[in-house]
Design a binder for this molecule. Sequence first.
Ligand code: 3HC
Ligand code: NAI
Length: 705
Amino acid sequence: MSVLYRTVDQVAVITLDLAPVNSLGLALRKAIRDAYESATADENIKAIVINSSQKVFCAGADITEFGTEQSFADPSLPSLCDLIEASAKPVVAAINGMALGGGLELALAADYRVAKTGAKLGLPEVNLGIIPGAGGTQRLPRLANVNVALDMITSGVPINTDKAVEAGLLDKVYGVETDEEFETVAIEYASTLADLNAPVLSCENLEVAADSYSDDTFSAYKAKIAKKTAGYYAPNRCVDSVEAATQLPLKEGLQREAEIFQDCADTPQARAQQHLFFAERAAGVIPGVDRKVPLRDIKKVAVIGAGTMGGGIAMNFANAGIPVTLLEIKKEFLDNGLAKVRQNYEISAKRGRLTEAQVEERMALFTGTTSYADLADVDLVIEAVFENLDVKKEVFTELDKVCKPGCILASNTSTLDVNEIAEATSRPEDVLGLHFFSPANVMKLLEVIRADKTADDALMTTLKLAKTIKKVPVVVGVCYGFVGNRMVAPYSREAFRVILEGATPEQSDLALTNFGMAMGAVSMGDMAGIDIGCMAAEANRETWEDDKTYQALQFNLKDLGRLGQKTGRGVYIYEGRDKHNDPEVLELAKAIATENNIEQRDVSEQEIVDRAILMLANEGAKILDEGIAYRSGDIDLVYIYGYGFPAYRGGPMQYADELGLDEVVKRLKHYQQSLGEYGERWFKPAPLLERLAAEGKPFKDFQKM
Ligand code: 3HC
Ligand code: NAI
């Protein structure tokens, strides 16, 4: 049974009991309705308490039911909320933990709400590409006000009990220790309400506070959130639905909400965002690895190299309260690295994100050294020295000598073979890759590279640690560039190659930013440094095949000293934060095109998007087929959290699934033919892609192991 039902002193207690999060699937909805009907039918019952036996009160609708008949089956969530609201006996929702989405909507339909300290109330539906669909947009503005409703519903961020009391959403908050004590006080509260003949309440009799909005409130709110929500469909629809609460009686407002909910639920965006919700959770499941393997203790960390990456990597640990030792070759480099860390914290303090005391607390967790002997007692080392295999091997040989048994040895390499690095030690089972993204203290993605001999417990320990430092970890296998950088190579190639074919750099970037990418590939190249791209190309000439025409553009720019933003000129000319196309680069592109018999022409925005984005999916297909990534969702997470791919498109693999893999194959074949020799070389659909397309299956259903 998914509900426990008992009576205590004439109070019916309906306890949601569906592990792990009481998601409101059909079985739980039916069980709640049946228990509720028993309580209302029983003359001895004077009040009803709805509470939870789980850590959370309720996580809302069962997202796995979306798009199936079950989600509408009787009782639907909206009708269950209506039923509870119509109760003639007082209903108290006793919120012990998170009340999210439909879980909060259920509570809003009750007459009274009490919470345990630490509980949180939220309507995160917008993160799933939908709006609250069980009365949230109608009851919340009535019980609180328009502003609270707009903020909670469009941001999806839950509020704590203090805020909820202030907003009028909670009647009482109990500072009790246990859920048992909380249940006891909630029952007493319900009993007292009944004894005092406290009124049963219905939002039907409530109007939204007239002083909480005016004629332009809703359009002004849309303008306010426009930048943050650019490209997303659901946020504005949330605003529309809350506006309906100010214009329509409850029943009609609920009807309007249902229409808007359905309108959002039917979009590719909703499917994309829900795909990401499950992808994030699935990423913690590693084929062949026991999820419950005992983990290693990570109490002290060391980072080797205090350059661009090392300092940022170390900050993640200090931010989580974990002491971190930074090792450099020279005292001078160490001092510079630590000064940079301090500068970053000071900037945060200036922006009000940290207090001066917190800056000092964090700096106090840093120890600097130039001696490997100081790493004898650390539990994890992350190497972030130059991208050179010999240098890295030397570092790992040293680490092998000084680090204690069981210490996890990780490399932040972007492209090198982690198996080879592991072989420089006598303990390859303790070696793996932890590939942070720049700036390492900001970017959420962490590629965890599982080498051939990496021990399961070392791997799972880093996954847990990643959560502690607030990263999204994705486990990948060893290959050139792993998942992210390997895929970005053909993507960038296309974004640059179209410049040789006649597009301007701005057109190339704009096509991709209009698609939703945070930045175009050309600007990304200028930001990372044209010389860095050239260096990587040279270092990997033997492992990674690339196109000479696009590389000619890069190498020519480098030879001209146009290294990107850092030199004020790269593909673009930079004036402060502004950038412009440079006729000199267009001429250079033309000259390379002539030399290579590339005809210059108008390249459409659609073509640029197709070529760059479908290349991501095509390379992703090879990666999946090789078992470098376990699931297409893992690849999508890499792109969402590491490369600025728009979450509302769900990642490159989800984008391809949504397009239909047969359509993807069709478009790739079109370019394979239309781009002549170049097309023949680069646009052949990956075998897995062709196979799945022929079988009518999406990437999502493919699992190699
Ligand atoms: N539906 C289905 N499954 C859900 C779920 C939901 N609403 N919420 C969580 N789960 C599943 C997870 O997929 C996971 O499954 P797994 O173990 O098989 O991977 C399991 O429950 C545990 O979830 P977490 O790993 O996320 O557990 P945490 O303890 O870290 O977090 C939580 C708990 C904060 C409740 C988090 O799960 C969460 O944010 N859930 C989603 C909340 C949400 O978005 N609710 C809105 C739903 S839409 C809705 O209500 C529509 C309505 O308006 C009509
Ligand atoms: P960097 O050149 O800024 O810093 C490297 C630092 O390592 C220097 O300060 C150097 O003095 C130090 N160092 C070199 N040899 C050392 C040794 N034997 N012992 C101790 N310190 C030593 O380089 P960056 O950009 O920080 O890159 C470091 C690693 O991170 C590379 O493997 C790189 O591929 C990877 N990476 C870089 C990213 C970036 O955007 N810069 C992104 C992700 C990974």
